[in-house]
Design a protein around this ligand. Structure first.
Ligand code: XMP
Ligand code: MG
Length: 182
């Protein structure tokens, strides 16, 4: 285990098993509909890569990068498009792939945007759900795991751009971020 990690919340094996289960369900649901899978960068990258290979039907993928966070551990409430999609969403069945839903502000912004762009349908699959953080009325259609109200890192999730490459989801030792704030 990495030295800055207090505890592993979700192991590599548990994540792999979950991707398999969710992917199978999604393949059944979207069979014949050629969905557009939209990954929210950068955090969703590992999850998107793993789950998409378990959705064994034809689909298209694209990426969106929005930012609502600075370097810290709480949401600023502001959402800004850093990179937009290359694909037209009008008439498409969208599957948004997220790493974590916390306040829900990021997704509520994206859903409004995709509705405005006339998507045919919009569904959300998120690896993690932190219901305690919610301020916007957003609910994922599929959730991998619920997590407690703690700052988690790994498997795409960062603290100040670090730890995204850890293969598991873990909780940071509090002294790691207090030290950085000094
Ligand atoms: P909202 O609050 O808009 O947040 O639902 C979604 C984005 O915020 C980031 N986020 C976290 N990142 N550990 C992280 O590393 C966390 O515990 C955490 N909570 C929210 C994340 O980028 C997510 O897409
Ligand atoms: Mg994110």
């Amino acid at each position: 285990m990495h030295n800055d990690i207090k505890e592993v919340l979700i192991s590599e094996e548990e994540i792999a098993q979950k991707c398999k289960e969710l992917g199978k369900q999604l393949a059944e649901e979207y069979d014949g509909r050629f969905p557009l899978a939209i990954g929210v960068l950068k955090g969703a990258m590992p999850f998107m890569s793993d789950i998409l290979r378990r959705i064994e039907i034809p689909l298209e993928m694209d990426f969106m990068d929005v930012s609502s966070y600075g370097g810290g551990t709480t949401s600023s409430g502001e959402v800004k498009i850093v990179k937009d999609l290359d694909t037209k969403v009008e008439g498409r069945d969208l599957l948004i792939i997220e790493d974590i839903i916390d306040s829900g502000l990021t997704l509520s912004y994206l859903i409004d945007l995709f509705k405005y762009r006339k998507a045919n349908s919009i569904k959300i699959v998120t690896l993690l759900d932190k219901p305690a953080g919610r301020t916007a009325a957003i609910k994922a259609d599929m959730v991998g795991f619920e997590v407690p109200n703690e700052f988690v890192v790994g498997y795409g999730l960062d603290y100040d751009e670090i730890y995204r490459n850890l293969p598991y989801i873990g909780v940071l030792k509090p002294e790691v971020y207090s030290e950085k704030l000094k």
